[in-house]
Design a protein around this ligand. Structure first.
Ligand SMILES: Cc1cc2nc3c(=O)[nH]c(=O)nc-3n(C[C@H](O)[C@H](O)[C@H](O)COP(=O)(O)OP(=O)(O)OC[C@H]3O[C@@H](n4cnc5c(N)ncnc54)[C@H](O)[C@@H]3O)c2cc1C
Ligand code: FES
Length: 278
């Protein structure tokens, strides 16, 4: 159980929720995630911990309205309770002083990227950030990211803000001009696939945080399995961060689409019920 103490809209379909959870707030590190469930029959969905406040005993999650479960979460109000909140889960980010980091977030990826940027700054690294979104309205956490980044490059697909172009164009500009010691890419799987093939050309070691479908989050069900360097790994317990150059992104993309039919049906039903006020 976790009570929502603050709710803020970051864009039309993205909300930040601050939730009471003293034990998770104390234990969580950059890269960790939680699994939440809304309602006794609700689906379990994984969400990255964007921030913690151990003094107030709260954690912050950033949630994008995608289908039924994320919509239920986005529709909760301050003082509502989350039925189940389990975490921190996964392996924390490996953070050490390496030099210059190129941290790239696509869309909602800006949220999980933020605690990792902070951890790398605290470890003494120089951090260049590329944030990309489809348009200005979908760009989130610009100010918070700018407060930690040594340099922030904004890319929008339609050129409505920052530079016009994809995340990879912003990355390429940096890779062409200076030596990067490590890259981190977080965003939609297709973005991570292209971003990591770019850094491979430049021989820059790269970490990707995978958003595979999860069910139990404990390594038991196998839903989140992924092939990394020819070996089967479980994103929930071995990840979510992996060596991006070793990840079979085509398999990740295929598995993410496995339940599209059911997801669309469930979403339509939820929208209809919401319209009728049930
Ligand atoms: C480690 C990890 C961290 C994540 N962090 C965040 C975050 O901080 N904020 C955020 O908004 N989203 C995050 N996600 C994605 C989030 O879990 C999905 O958007 C959510 O589960 C969608 O469920 P739905 O019922 O609303 O949508 P659905 O309509 O059921 O599905 C929409 C899409 O969401 C993905 N998805 C569906 N069910 C799951 C599931 N059980 N596990 C993982 N992905 C699923 C699939 O790609 C699917 O096509 C994270 C995923 C992982 C694996
Ligand atoms: S979610 Fe079940 S094994 Fe990872």
């Amino acid at each position: 159980m976790g009570k929502i103490v603050r709710k803020e809209y970051l864009s039309q379909n993205i909300v930040e929720l601050e939730i009471e959870s003293p034990l998770i707030a104390k234990a969580a590190r950059a890269g960790h995630f939680v699994i939440v469930r809304i309602g006794e029959k609700g689906e379990r969905i994984p969400l990255t911990i964007k921030d913690t406040n151990p003094n107030f005993g709260t954690i912050s999650l950033v949630v994008q309205r995608m289908g039924v479960s994320s919509s239920k979460l986005c529709d909760l109000k301050v003082r509502d309770e989350i039925t189940d909140l389990v975490g921190p889960l996964g392996e924390a980010s490996e953070v050490e002083k390496v030099g210059t980091i190129l941290a790239c977030g696509g869309g909602l990826g800006a949220a999980p990227l933020l605690p990792i940027i902070k951890a790398h700054k605290e470890a003494g690294n120089r951090v260049i950030v590329v944030l990309a979104s489809r348009n200005k309205d979908l760009l989130i956490l610009e100010k918070e990211t700018a407060a930690w980044a040594d340099e922030l490059i904004i890319m929008t697909d339609d050129g409505s803000y920052g530079h016009k172009g994809l995340v990879t164009q912003g990355m390429q500009e940096v890779l062409n001009r200076e030596k990067i010691d490590q890259a981190i890419v977080i965003g939609p799987a297709i973005m991570m696939k292209f971003a990591s093939s770019l850094t491979k050309e430049y021989e820059v070691p790269t970490i990707a945080s995978l958003n595979c479908i999860m069910v139990d989050g404990t390594g038991m069900c196998g839903a989140c399995r992924v092939t990394v360097g020819g070996r089967t790994r479980f994103t929930c317990i071995d990840g979510p961060e992996f060596d991006a150059h070793q990840v079979d992104f085509n398999e990740v993309l295929k598995r993410l689409g496995a339940y599209k039919g059911e997801e669309m049906k469930g979403n339509e039903q939820y929208k209809c019920a919401a319209k009728k006020g049930r």
